[in-house]
Design a protein around this ligand. Structure first.
Ligand code: ATP
Ligand code: MG
Length: 172
């Protein structure tokens, strides 16, 4: 069996509504927004994974990072993909710790190699127009207390991403 996997953060309904408001506040907001249940911040993309997931689950269960909050306060746009996104102007240290901890564990068991530089963002729309990169009127505050393992199923109807497991953010 083979599935397309990634680790990510899923906003609760309050944050999803705030993201929706932020997107609509963007004057050049056009394009295709994701299904509300698909709004997420990728932590680490694994790609296609064959066989048993136990080693991946084991790596996730060993993560020791405290809960944290972040402020999504800058729009951005990637011209090649037409992706309009919101990102934190300041990346909280626990977010870096979380990504590094997953990377180290997964590298050690051969699941990933040569990851690109991590660029935290939430995609608000695809096939979008270029936007000026200022912030939304009201920055989106997001409190994180867990992280998730998703399976990506782009061939079916949205939502495309399904959470198959999640772990608390906690120190021992
Ligand atoms: P599609 O590829 O059909 O446009 P998608 O990008 O939404 O759909 P996936 O490609 O399965 O779906 O990606 C799932 C998540 O992982 C998305 O947030 C995507 O941006 C991210 N992602 C995909 N590939 C990479 C990669 N090589 N490096 C970092 N993140 C990635
Ligand atoms: Mg993709």
């Amino acid at each position: 069996m083979s599935r397309r996997l990634f680790f990510g953060l899923k906003p609760d309904e309050k944050v999803r509504n705030a993201l929706d408001r932020a997107a609509r506040s963007q004057p050049d907001f056009k394009g295709r927004p994701p299904h509300p249940e698909d709004l997420h911040m990728t932590l680490l993309f694994l790609g296609q994974v064959e066989g048993r997931l136990d080693p991946v689950l084991e790596v996730a269960s060993r993560v020791q990072v405290p809960p944290f909050s972040m402020t999504l306060d800058r729009f951005g746009f990637w011209p090649r993909s037409g992706i309009l996104f919101l990102r934190p102007s300041v990346t909280p240290e626990p977010l870096f710790q979380l990504v590094r901890s997953l990377e180290k564990g997964l590298e050690a068991c051969g699941f990933i190699s040569d990851q690109q530089e991590y660029k935290p963002h939430v995609t608000l729309s695809r096939k979008s127009q270029p936007v000026a990169a200022e912030g939304p009127g009201k920055p989106v505050e997001w409190n994180l207390d867990r992280f998730c393992l998703y399976v990506s199923q782009p061939a079916q109807d949205p939502p495309y991403y399904r959470i198959i497991n999640h772990w608390p953010l906690a120190l021992p």
